[in-house]
Structures are given as C-alpha cells and as structure tokens.
Design a protein around this ligand. Structure first.
Ligand SMILES: Cc1cc2nc3c(=O)[nH]c(=O)nc-3n(C[C@H](O)[C@H](O)[C@H](O)COP(=O)(O)OP(=O)(O)OC[C@H]3O[C@@H](n4cnc5c(N)ncnc54)[C@H](O)[C@@H]3O)c2cc1C
Length: 367
C-alpha cells in the first residue's frame, strides 16, 4: 500500500511526485510510456511557470526570448520587447525525462503500465487495476492523483463529466532552417483559423505549430506545410506531432473522494494561447500539499484533501475564466482586438506583467 499513486509523468505528475516523496511519503508514479518519450508540445515556459519548478531546470533552456513578434490579420506586425525574459524555450522530451529523474531521485517508484483497467475507492483508499507486460496487477494507495493528460483515463473512470472538458487541437513540427536563432518568437494571427500559428526559435531549427481555439478546428500536416512554405520558404517538416490541449467550460472538476485530478486531466490549460505547463505545475504542487496535509493529520481530526485542494486552486479557476473571456473576444474579433493590443501602453503593461510572472487576473488588477 502506497501513500499516493500518481498516473502520468508529465509536469503535473512529476512535480506532485517529487514534492510528496521529498516529504517522506511513499509514491508510485505510473505512465504508459517509458522515458525519454516524445511529447507534442512547443516547450515554451513562461516566467510564472518557471518560478514554480521545484528544481532548477536552467540546463534545459535552449533559448530565452525577450521579444515576441505578433502578426495581425492583414499581415501587419508589431514587436513586444522587454528587459526581462518573456518565455524560455525547452524541449519537452528532455524536460519530462529530467523531471521524472528528479522525482525518482526524491524517492518515487516509477512503473510503466500498459493500461489502467479499473479504479475502486472506499473510505480508506483507492485501488487501481493495471495491466503491464501481459499481466494484471492491483495497486493501492491512500490517495490518487490523476495527472494523465488531456485524454485522462482516471477522469473517465471516476465518471467526471467530460462535457465540462473542452479539447482544443494543436499540431507542431520542427523545421530545419539556417540561422534559426535569428527568428523572433512569433504568434501569428493573420490567418482565418480561429486560432494562431507560432514560430519558436531553437538552436538548429525552428518549431512551428497551429493552435485552434475551436474544439473541432481543422488541423493537418498540409496546413503546417503551407505555413512553413510561406513564412520560412521550406516545406521540410520533421517530427510532426499533434495532441489536444484540455481546458474547461464553466466549473472545473477536480476529482471525487480520494482521487484528485491535476493539469490537463482536470482541464486546466488556458484557452487563449494554450499554455498548460503553468497550471499543470500549479495543480501538481497544490494537490501534493493537500494530500500531505491530509496524511499528516491525526486520525481524530481527519481532513479531506480534495476540499483543501479545491480551495487552494480557486485562483487558477478564476484565471481560467479571464482567459476564456479574452479568448472569445480575440478569436471573434482578431483584427480589432490586436489593433487595441498593438497600443504601446497596453502591451507594455501585459508584457511587464508576464515577464514578472503575473497571472492574467493579476495583470488585469493593475489597470
Ligand atoms: C502541440 C502542443 C504544443 C504545446 N505547447 C505548449 C507550450 O509551449 N507551453 C505550454 O505551457 N503548454 C503547451 N502545450 C500544452 C501542454 O503540453 C499541456 O498543457 C501540458 O503538457 C499538461 O501537462 P500534464 O502534466 O497535465 O499532462 P501531460 O504533459 O500530457 O502528461 C500526461 C502523462 O500521462 C501519461 N498518460 C496518458 N494516459 C495514461 C494512462 N492511461 N496511464 C498512464 N499514463 C498515462 C502520458 O504518457 C503523459 O506522460 C502544448 C500542447 C500541444 C499539444
């Protein structure tokens, strides 16, 4: 019997595992993949996300961006420049392998599982029936953190309403170009896709991608190829990967009983630009703290970890509402929203807030 089982070794799962194991709890961390593994993600880490990593990841940063180019409908553009970093570019495959290594060093036990078959819970704990290497096994713990991403099996097994989750498609590819480092980090809203294209510079190539703010938005390799041809004058794409980004409509479902959902499994990514690493880290930290607190309480005064977690995550849920509101304005009226956004005072205020690690509602509070 473990204190905690965590499904999913992405940023939410490894952060929670690392913190719990450091506090001396016994943790089983499960993933359906062996690491290092490929992961569809541009690897952009905002300063507010960077500040949340419980260990130093500076060795994984391939580029620190202090300027961002925004392309508006009509192909006009403006630059946002700051003294402080706006984004750190990493490679997710390396970031996740490194984070898992840290969690294991802290004391987590890692196990690859092929399938989660069944989840049962009672007043004292949670049992997971798993299959791996053709065998079936049952593992049990006091609490379970479901951090198994946008298509979370744990979320389905606890019957959390999937109608509350919105999955937004995103597709990315690497493009080998000369002088990759000379390209500015770019968010391109010039095409009529209810979303945006991005160009993130790395060392020997650039990473390009499409994010759709519509759950059923069109997304395919041909679109990315045409984009690369137009903007980078090449149609050589390598490592094309797509995956949904899970956000929520209305109330966020954070779990039931002794099961807590974190990161994309809870639909916590923001729907404006699709940033999900920040909320994965934040919910990983808060779910770990809530469980640590509940486990530390005396049997005479037991505490419900899920209630504590819900309360602690209130700020993230509020932020999600702001992002949702901004996304619906931006993608319905991109021309006008970005005309307003190109005003120096406004984007100075946003970029300063972002580079100082503020969340969207904290930036709004400054106005
Ligand atoms: C193309 C693309 C680009 C993106 N770019 C950015 C970006 O630049 N910056 C940013 O902040 N966000 C970005 N995101 C969003 C970000 O990747 C996610 O929001 C973030 O990874 C969520 O973290 P997580 O820990 O909740 O889940 P994940 O990182 O998805 O990790 C879930 C883990 O669970 C495992 N798993 C899944 N099912 C099971 C199962 N049944 N059993 C066991 N394990 C399982 C998976 O193998 C995976 O390791 C992007 C997403 C996409 C698709």
């Amino acid at each position: 019997m473990y204190d905690v089982i965590i499904t999913g070794a992405g940023p939410a799962g490894t952060t929670a595992g690392y913190l719990l194991a450091r506090k001396g709890l016994s943790v089983l961390l499960l993933d359906k993949k062996n690491f290092p593994r490929k992961k569809a993600c541009a690897g952009g880490i905002t300063p507010k996300a960077m500040a949340l990593f419980p260990f130093d990841i500076s060795c994984l940063v391939r580029r620190t961006c202090r300027e961002v180019k925004i392309i508006r409908p009509g192909n006009t553009s403006f630059m946002i420049k700051t003294k402080d970093p706006l984004c750190y570019v990493t490679k997710r495959m390396n970031l996740d392998a490194y984070s898992l290594e840290k969690a294991v060093q802290a004391g987590c036990r890692f196990k690859k599982t092929d399938r989660i078959i069944r989840l049962d819970q009672d007043d004292h704990g949670v049992s997971l029936t798993l299959s791996y290497d053709g065998k079936t096994d049952i593992v049990r713990a006091g609490h379970l953190i479901g951090a198994d991403g946008a298509n979370s099996k744990v979320r389905r097994l606890i019957g959390a309403q999937s109608s509350r989750i919105i999955k937004l498609p995103a597709l990315e590819a690497d493009v080998p170009v000369k002088n990759a480092g000379h390209y500015p980090m770019t968010f391109d809203f010039s095409r009529d896709i209810r979303g945006y294209y991005w160009i993130f510079p790395r060392k020997s190539h650039v990473n390009i991608g499409i994010f759709s703010a519509r759950p059923n938005g069109t997304m395919n390799r041909a679109l990315l190829k045409t984009y690369a041809q137009d903007r980078l004058k090449t149609d050589i794409l390598t490592d094309v990967k797509g995956y949904p980004i899970a956000t929520s409509c209305g109330k966020v479902h954070l779990g039931t009983g002794r099961v807590l959902l974190a990161g994309d499994a809870a639909g916590l990514a923001e729907p404006l630009l699709g940033e999900g690493i920040y909320s994965a880290l934040k919910s990983g930290i808060l779910s770990a703290r809530a469980i640590e607190h509940a486990v530390g309480r005396k049997a005479s005064a037991p505490e419900n970890a899920l209630d504590r977690y819900r309360q602690a995550l209130g700020g993230v849920a509020l932020d999600l509402r702001f992002y949702r509101c901004c996304a619906s304005i931006l993608y319905r009226f991109p021309k006008w929203s970005l005309a307003v956004g190109s005003c120096n005072i406004l984007h100075d205020c946003f970029s300063r807030g972002y580079s100082r690690g503020k969340t969207l509602h904290e930036i709004f509070m400054l106005f």
